[in-house]
Design a binder for this molecule. Structure first.
Ligand code: G3H
Length: 568
């Protein structure tokens, strides 16, 4: 593999010259010294990546030019050999297509759909399953480069990058099995009140898939694969970060599906998405991102009732720590729950509510643990906190901190909390977070942990009731009466209540959804197959002509829909 690394002498970002601005002298010399980030020459060979010049896939053609490109620089920060200044290395380019080119991709998907008569939507289930299995085998061959790019593009740790890849393959395998089972369940004729009927699931049409930057492979595939396997045609618009890895999937996509069934394009969302949706040619929106963007996209459709949406959106999952919580267990779960991948998970714990009787001990221990977390580059051994892909994020997080501190909150880990170095933001633990601060209300999606103390359970109930979000919650405690009361209350507010464990999506057999601004539709291996399809049925009276016609079709194997054949 060839390493592509830009000449570091001139190209680094001038804004980084004063990277140590927030660091006390003390700290700088103690732990985040001038050698915190490596020189390019110190880069381990095991993480080298090839130069990527991003391409697009439209109508079965991989296109290399004719569109603008944007330089992609990695959040993984390096020191210049020349003057020791810090810089973000350039690792490739990504396409920036115009609204017209994006529309070509929509038209290609629309032609492949052919108002439901295309080769793919008309294919037998076993043909679609074979194509997805072939795709899985081709994707598997790209494991190494995709995992490395996940490190370089979004600073996901090597362990987490591999986990993201592997769970994606598992999701594909499980989807294949679930599809076979669904097909088998639908391969029988039902007899009710003198009516004979066969009920199957049919595709919906042209689907726009937009995944998030924190799981650019996995979460895009958890909508893409079910959408494809049930017979829809798809346009993938790449996530904000985590784009280069998609280039290694274009040939597999091209080779495994008929032209136009899957198109992969990238550009500036607000310029290309809304005009395409306004055309009315997109039937399904699969979007994982912010509720604000989801609203804008949905409102663009000329016939909203014909626009099926499957959305994974914002969250503000609370951890509720009761007086009898097991402290060690709670600390471990809250550290991982709030700060895995720098808190950039929709399922992260985004507000910790701790009973006043245990708050002091919890906050002290939690802050001390946070101060000890390994910070560095994603390939460093044992690292947990890495640079943020979004260069604007540190200043955004700083503004949350500033407001909380101005309103009387406390920074519990002042030694490192909230310091920045490049786009690395050292996790900040804030207690006494006032209810009227933005940090109490908004999804921070980053390494900042708000803590609120409570005396009465009603304070938790008020907070959750007034929240705009309703994805998950975690309860830490044992006393059954209190746990039972909270479970009953939360079951009408969120969609997963985790007992003595952090919030999480998996395993994917369980429903993943949310209320309020957190989701629309449900994703799991089986739910996704339903979300991307609609039931169609064929029915006949159970009389002589009905029996004769159905028997004739079955015996002659003249229909792919009306058949009792099963996928083995
Ligand atoms: O970002 C949202 C992901 O679906 C979270 O998945 O809980 O497995 O990290 P996870």
């Amino acid at each position: 593999m060839m390493l592509y690394f830009v000449n570091d002498s001139e190209q680094h970002d001038a804004r980084l010259i004063d990277l140590f601005r927030n660091l006390s002298d003390d700290l700088t010399t103690m732990m985040i010294n001038e050698n915190f980030f490596p020189l390019a020459s110190e880069l381990p060979k095991s993480v080298e990546i090839p130069k990527v010049a991003g391409r697009v896939l439209i109508d079965g053609q991989i296109i290399t030019n004719g569109f603008a490109s944007r330089v992609v620089s990695s959040p993984c920060t390096f020191r210049s050999e020349k003057d020791q200044s810090l810089y973000f290395p350039e690792i490739g380019t990504t396409p920036q297509v115009t609204a017209e080119t994006f529309m070509q991709a929509v038209n290609a998907a629309s032609s492949a759909w052919a108002r439901g008569r295309g080769e793919w939507p008309s294919a037998r289930m076993e043909e679609r399953i074979s194509a997805i299995a072939a795709l899985r085998d081709r994707v598997l061959k790209q494991r190494e480069v995709i995992c490395r790019l996940l490190m370089w593009e979004i600073a996901k740790t090597w362990t987490d990058a591999q986990a993201e890849f592997d769970r994606t393959i598992t999701y594909m395998n499980d989807t294949i099995e679930a599809t076979k089972q669904l097909d088998r369940d639908c391969s029988r004729i039902q007899f009710v009140d003198q009516i004979m009927a066969q009920v199957r699931r049919s595709p919906l049409g042209v689907t726009l898939c937009m995944g998030p930057f924190n799981y650019p492979l996995n979460e895009t595939f958890t909508t893409l694969i079910p959408a494809l396997i049930v017979g829809n045609t798809v346009i993938v618009k790449l996530p904000r970060f985590g784009q280069l890895l998609w280039d290694f999937l274009l040939e597999p996509f091209r080779d495994c599906f008929p032209p136009g069934v899957i198109n992969v394009v990238n550009g500036t969302g607000r310029e290309i998405i809304n005009p395409a949706v306004r055309s009315g040619k997109i039937d399904v929106l699969a979007f994982i991102g912010s509720s604000q963007v989801a609203n804008q996209i949905k409102q663009s459709h000329p016939n909203p009732h014909r626009f099926r949406s499957i959305l994974g959106l914002d969250a503000k999952n609370p951890a509720i720590i009761l007086p009898d919580a097991d402290l060690d267990l709670t600390l471990n779960e809250c550290i991982r729950g709030s700060l895995s991948f720098n808190g950039q998970r929709c399922t992260a714990l985004k507000m910790i509510m701790v009973h006043r009787s245990v708050a002091k001990t919890f906050i002290e221990k939690f802050s001390a643990r946070v101060d000890q977390l390994n910070c560095g580059l994603p390939w460093d051994s044992g690292v947990m906190i890495t640079p943020l892909a979004d260069r604007n994020k540190p200043s955004h997080l700083e503004s949350y901190m500033k407001e909380v501190l101005e309103k009387g909150g406390t920074l519990c880990n002042p030694k490192t909390g909230g310091k920045t170095l490049g786009s690395l933001f050292f996790p900040a633990v804030l207690s006494g977070v006032p209810l009227d601060s933005r940090l109490a209300q908004e999804e921070q999606f980053g390494p900042i942990v708000p803590i609120m103390e409570f005396d009465r359970i009603e304070e938790i109930e008020d907070y959750v009731l007034n929240s705009q979000y309703g994805m998950q919650a975690s309860i830490f405690g044992r006393e059954s009466k209190m746990v039972g009361r909270l479970v009953d209350f939360l079951s009408n507010q969120v969609c997963r209540i985790n007992l003595n464990s952090q919030c999480q999506r998996g395993p994917d057999v369980f429903p993943f959804t949310g209320r309020k601004n957190s989701a629309e539709g449900t994703l799991s291996v089986t739910d996704a197959l339903r979300s991307f399809s609609i039931r169609s049925m064929v029915a006949a009276k159970q009389d002589a002509i009905g029996k004769e016609v159905i028997q004739g079709v079955l015996d002659g194997d003249t229909s792919r829909f009306l058949t009792t054949n099963i996928v083995l």
